[in-house]
Design a protein around this ligand. Sequence first.
Ligand SMILES: [Zn+2]
Ligand SMILES: [Zn+2]
Length: 871
Amino acid sequence: MSGRATSGREASGRAKEVERFDPATFEAKWRERWERDELYRARDDAPGPFYLLTMYPYTSGDVHIGHWYASTGPDVVARMHRMRGEHVMLPMGFDSFGLPAENAAIDRGIHPADWTNANIDRMRAQFRTMGASWDWSREVIASDPEFYRWTQWLFIQFFKAGLAYKAMAPVDWCPKDLVVLAREQVLGAERTCWRCGTPVVKRDLEQWFLRITRYADELLDFSQLDWPEPILLMQTNWIGRSEGAEIDFPLAPNGADTDAVAPIRVFTTRPDTIFGATFMVLAPEHPLVTQLTTDDGRAEVEAYVAAARRETEMERLSAERDRGGMFIGSYALNPLTEERIPIWIADYVLPGYGTGAIMGVPAHDERDFDFARRYELPIRYVVAPRGVEPDSSAAFVAHTDDEVLINSGAFTGMGAAEGIRAITAHIAERGQGGPAVSYKIRDWLVSRQRYWGAPIPIVYCDVHGPQPVPEAELPVLLPRDVDFAPTGVSPLQSHAGFIAATCPVGGEPARRETDTMDTFVDSSWYYLRYCSPRFESGPWDPEAMRHWMPVDLYTGGAEHAVLHLLYSRFFVKALRDMGHLEFDEPFVALRNQGQILGADHHRMSKSRGNVVNPDDLVARYGADTVRLFLLFIGPWDQGGPWSPTGIEGVSRFLTRVWNLAQAPVDELERSVPVPTVPGMPPFNPMTGEIPGSGGTSADALLAAIESGSRALQRVTHQTIAAVSEDYAALHFNTAIAKLMELTTAIARARDDGLAGTDVYQQAVDTLLLLLAPAAPHLTEELWERRGRPYSIHQQAWPVADEGLAAADLIELPVQVDGRLRDRLLVGPGTSEAEIERLALASARVQAHLDGRPPARVVHIPGRLVNVVTTR
Ligand SMILES: [Zn+2]
Ligand SMILES: [Zn+2]
């Protein structure tokens, strides 16, 4: 601990200096005592439950300043709620499965479990130095068999409910990590791996999926959520719902052998333009391509399909890499015009969107327009503003209020909206399709061909197919002796003892699934386990679940907008429908913290050399100073740059609190007078003596003391109201600023000689109570030194007295024609109209008006009101 010593100014003139502020002498002591006393233990049977959750940290190594930032804010809220009498659960755990552990272990040549457990031990110790009010007794660790036993149990419930299934699928594959990625783990337009930044490629593999698409519509209902708007928008876009129609295009009876082929189904958001469909395009992967390709073009088509499959989606959608399309020799019939239209393939149509087939309407779609121009396909305008000739040089895609259908048979003349309805209905009547909704969201790919995850609890029997492992046999333990170096196949495939299993149906020899689960499966339910972390007869105790869930306030990084936060909502809805949960949403309120940047305003990184190490900071300044500075650095949802001078300032502030709060009263009594009020002689409030005052009116002095006392009382109660509000709104920086102002007011009152008064002592106590959530160690130490009962964190939260917080009444002279006739006493917030009304209603004013009507009222706010009768 360094010399964050007493500042000279605070102690000067004192008979005895207070002990120097040295957090190292008391911070650890209090943390140990709180833990021993189980101060933050959340009881399942106490009234007023409040579940406050922060995203459990990944076991990546050291606790960094970002962890501190993410943890301190919620801890303040938890502490305030506890002091308000609520029973808060603030649990803590570790997200400990996943690729980074495996990769780090491979790099270092140690086992992923050993690497992970060493990290957990270190991080736990580092987290403890924060003095946050976590209930460690509820700790949950994703890679602990006691936890993943229930992750596996949940997978089996999804499997039994038809929400987990296996399918061959083209999947995104990271060629560096040799692993399949979920769509959400493929980042940006360059489509890179979320972990290593390598561009992903496509591969066909048999994979496990969770059927999140079944909940697409309900996941768009945010009515129960108090979440940041940008997160809701990202989820909305991710789900990507669009309304339109599915339409069957029958095949024309020539070209390839098409007799046995079903019609081709397209999805379109513009069924009103069907009369303009002059060709159709299939994704190269469309299952009908092989059958519909005529022999003369087969070799070329197959080469095109193979090339398309090698490319990423982004490359296929990029205009620069446009490889055009290819006519495959067959024709379909436009179901409304009966026109023969050629069938093409083009790689800009993706197999995963809609039906993998589109109707080409070049007059009303830019991409189709370019395609038609290039291959000289007909372009027919079927929508246009009423009475306007279409401009044939471009697609008409803009919508106008007066647009109507043209060249559209019986539908010509209808408005576009009416056209959509009428044509969709017509198609449905003819049994050729009907209204449909399409989503961008895909089912969630959860299997990973890696080692460090929960084994998927399925066995394969040649007779009975895939079967869930009986629940009594869970967990399916991850064997330790596995060669986990990445080869592209699951490392567990090389472990004969793991693979050997018995069919739970017929007892035949069976083969165990060797894929493990995506870590986002763990994080989709870990918050449920916190409710009853040691419960052994299920993933949770239904009673405890009912008591705590849903989470009242969830905090974490905004980067989880569509991954973890969407999966968790899906999990809760699916488990509700299976009868395991009784609520619809996991997290009622969500708040995102910002990011702490380096002092150079860049993201902290080792290569920039701008990383600050919280362990060093704690050693130098103490935990409270680090906490307080992080709270003060800027709005919590925005973060801000680290500032070496800023943390010094916060350290000085806490030193000031230290000195103010513990200066013994008897010392103060002897130490005054300090003449600080201009024009006022020194005065000792304890004795009433006025040293050397000779002739000064005692009344005037007492009045000055009284008004100083009243001012301190007012600022105390104003601070209670403001800080309570700011903490609840997670506006920590403004709360700390107000606590600094209160500290200044207390110091001024002390210098004015108020130190012995009740109002003064209440102000100091209040300062400590309000500061306790932010600086828990310092306030506990000072609370004890002031002889108050342990623990400050178990005291009642101060309540602001509105009357005491209100500014005093203002006296306003009221004149009639410039002569003083009355005085009004008004509150500081009284409106101008109300003041004028009160002035005119005054009996004395009325008496002096003597029946004359007032010509106007002159009001100088805060100064006077003058009722003028002359014109
Ligand atoms: Zn990668
Ligand atoms: Zn069997």
